[in-house]
Design a protein. Structure first.
Ligand SMILES: [Zn+2]
Length: 309
């Protein structure tokens, strides 16, 4: 079984224009380096990203089937207080994610994206949890709050009470005025230490700059986990043996029961499509035990998502 614990839908009106414009500068640069092309940010949006738009996410199911991915955890990102509201308000987007997960019952698990500073955030999340069946939180502190600031406490309290995980963006960000320092794993680690009964997932395992910090948090704190999304990009730049060596080290330090397969599609998908990314892990060599492989592919996620055995 394979579970992708980090994925976004591509739906018109869900992401702010200013984010798309800024991000396309970074993403086209990365795309060009990975694929030895020379496309402009505009072409990146028009020719690459637009193709992925699907309001019902049926195309994602097709791709998951091709990759052998059984379940994807899906969520939006709440950039509204920093960039202005998206065409579709984040509350409505969360509902949309819940509806799409219901359309693909058993294949998709929806998390609620929320900026904890939002007025009405708690009430909205209560509805999302109790009525729409959403199964986790998604925080992107880069919009301008510190993860260990008391403004976030209600999210950590509810995550504890409802026994659902919190997906936390850690690592870099594209050319958009996000506050990088808010996405350092250490700040989430401080919050996780204060809320030992809440489950924290450090998305992207800290990314290429802060993975050691994320590794340190997962090694120390029983309630901190890592997802491997975004690592398609460094994978493409390394020799495969080098990537496996890195993963071996990470596994040695924190244990495979702290590590989860993930994509963060759509963007990293343009560096390495989901079927190839899944294959990197299904074909892990004998440096990894069968048990470790299964934990990374789905076992750890099953525990974090409380899916039972
Ligand atoms: Zn993401």
């Amino acid at each position: 079984m394979i579970i992708d614990v980090h994925r976004h839908l591509v739906i018109k009106g869900t992401v702010q224009r200013s984010y798309i414009l800024g991000a396309s500068r970074s993403f086209s640069m990365m795309y060009n380096k990975a694929n030895k092309t020379n496309i402009t940010p505009r072409e990146y949006i028009d020719d690459i990203v637009r193709k992925e738009i699907d309001g019902q996410a049926d195309n994602i199911i097709v791709e998951m089937d091709k990759a052998g991915v059984d379940i994807s955890v899906i969520f939006a990102v709440d950039y509204g207080l920093l960039l202005g509201e998206a065409q579709i308000h984040i509350f409505e987007q969360n509902k949309m994610y819940a509806d799409i997960a219901r359309r693909h019952t058993g294949r998709m698990i929806p998390f609620m994206a929320i900026d904890p500073r939002r007025e009405g955030g708690l009430k909205h999340c209560e509805q999302a949890y109790y009525e729409w069946g959403m199964k986790g939180f998604k925080l992107h502190a880069g919009v301008g709050y510190m993860p260990d600031d008391p403004v976030c406490n209600w999210v950590y309290e509810k995550a504890t009470e409802w026994n659902i995980p919190i997906m936390c963006h850690t690592g870099g960000a594209p050319a958009v005025p996000l506050r990088w320092e808010c996405s350092r794993p250490s700040y989430f680690a401080s919050a996780a230490a204060r809320y030992p009964d809440a489950t924290f997932i450090l998305a992207h395992a800290g990314d290429i700059g802060w993975w050691q910090e994320a590794m340190q948090a997962a090694a120390w704190l029983p309630n901190v986990y890592l997802d491997l999304s975004l690592w398609q990009k460094p994978y493409r730049k390394m020799a495969p043996e080098q990537f496996y060596k890195w993963l071996r080290h990470l596994t040695d330090m924190v244990g495979a029961d702290k590590i989860m397969f993930a994509s963060d599609a759509p963007h990293p998908n343009f560096h390495l499509r989901l079927p190839e990314w899944a294959k990197v892990f299904t074909s892990l060599g004998k440096e990894f035990s069968e048990e470790e492989k299964n934990l990374i592919l789905s076992g750890t996620a099953r525990k974090v998502l409380r899916l039972g055995n």
